[in-house]
Design a binder for this molecule. Structure first.
Ligand SMILES: NC(=O)c1ccc[n+]([C@@H]2O[C@H](COP(=O)([O-])OP(=O)(O)OC[C@H]3O[C@@H](n4cnc5c(N)ncnc54)[C@H](O)[C@@H]3O)[C@@H](O)[C@H]2O)c1
Length: 321
């Protein structure tokens, strides 16, 4: 275990999952260095931690920098003054599958080269462990339901390819340089601070935003497509557990609830919780949309002792709250 005074690096720590991860680390007594270029993340997501500077007494230091350009220069001043990085949580990414299809080179630069930059820093600086945000997108349209980690990976987008390539590179560094790493394949993460502004954001943030505003919800297709929706606080707990556990040879683990919910069920739950009585309508199915997505969760339970705890109705109430 890291001592409570160790510095923990969280790339992408000003984002949705990242800021919940920082909250968890701070609650556990850690000092956290966030590297984020604020392209989708926000200072406001961390504002409850004060000035975001160790010198000003905050448990969080925010370093505004692009991970794809390397970590040595941005981290030099903070590590010289406050000690080395013990463990790293790499969440910074270009997060849109659609954007990755339109701009594959940006995706490679941020999501693949960015991971290699984190690995190069970890190798040189003696970081003990890296936890990495991978994605269920690595599986593509697999017919295996629930999907086990050993199912064939045939990603359908540059985003999925770059997540899988990053996993493989983590495994290579673990084998050749002894940098312990655990990639976590997140399923559909939801909760407070998720940004609903893009049409490609998580369906829950879009539905919640519209239901609160009294606007109708639109389901693409018949609504029978399923997802494994996992609450962000549970995901942050998994990420921290992976970062703090010693060892890890790059073997990936699914992070989901192991429970399947149809998009129609989801819409009805959200309308009921919002209490605004909005209508639910249907639009033509989106081309290429995956029909079923469900995580097999035995590996993470056995390895990290983690399982999701927040039931969907509770998590939705916290999200709408
Ligand atoms: N939300 C989900 O359902 C989900 C599912 C699977 C995987 N993931 C992965 O989880 C991680 C966090 O995603 P999120 O949902 O919190 O999205 P987010 O957009 O809120 O967080 C991403 C963060 O990374 C930062 N960032 C992006 N590019 C950067 C760069 N080049 N340098 C430094 N910082 C950069 C952004 O500013 C942002 O703060 C990502 O790696 C994403 O691919 C998320």
């Amino acid at each position: 275990m890291a001592s409570a005074s160790s510095l923990i690096l969280v790339t992408g720590g000003a984002g949705f999952i990242g800021s919940h991860t920082v909250d968890r680390l701070v609650a556990d007594g850690h000092r956290v260095v966030v590297v984020d270029d604020l392209r989708t993340g926000k200072r406001a997501n961390l504002a409850h931690h004060g000035a975001l500077s160790f010198a000003a007494g905050s448990p969080v230091e925010l370093v505004v920098a692009d991970v794809s350009h390397g970590l040595f220069a941005p981290l030099a001043a903070v590590t010289a003054a406050h000690g080395p990085i013990a463990r790293a949580i790499h969440l910074a990414a270009q997060v849109s599958v659609v954007h990755s299809l339109a701009n594959p080179l940006v995706d490679v630069a941020v999501n693949y080269v960015g991971t290699v930059q984190v690995l190069e820093y970890a190798r040189a600086a003696g970081v003990k462990k890296i936890a990495f945000a991978s994605s269920a997108a690595v599986y593509g349209d697999t017919p295996v339901v629930p999907v086990v980690e050993d199912a064939p990976c045939r990603p359908l987008s540059p985003y999925g390819v770059d997540k899988l390539a990053s996993e493989l590179m983590l495994g290579a560094y673990a084998a050749t340089h002894g940098v312990a790493a655990t990639p976590l394949r997140f399923f559909n993460v939801y909760g407070p601070r998720q940004d609903p502004s893009s049409p490609y954001s998580g369906v829950i943030s879009i539905f919640a935003d519209r239901a609160r505003a009294g606007k109708p919800l639109t389901i693409f297709g018949d609504g029978q497509q399923t997802r494994d929706f996992v609450y962000v606080g549970d995901v942050a707990r998994a990420v921290v557990a992976a970062a703090m556990a010693d060892g890890g040879d790059g073997t990936a683990m699914n992070i989901g609830t192991g429970r399947e919910t149809t998009v129609r069920q989801l819409a009805e739950l959200i309308v009921g919780l919002a209490g605004t009585g909005v209508a639910i309508s249907h639009a033509p199915a989106r081309a290429g949309e995956i029909v079923r997505s469900l995580a097999a969760v035995a590996r993470v339970q056995a390895t990290l002792g983690w399982q999701a705890e927040v039931a969907l109705a509770d998590g939705l109430a916290r999200t709408l709250g």
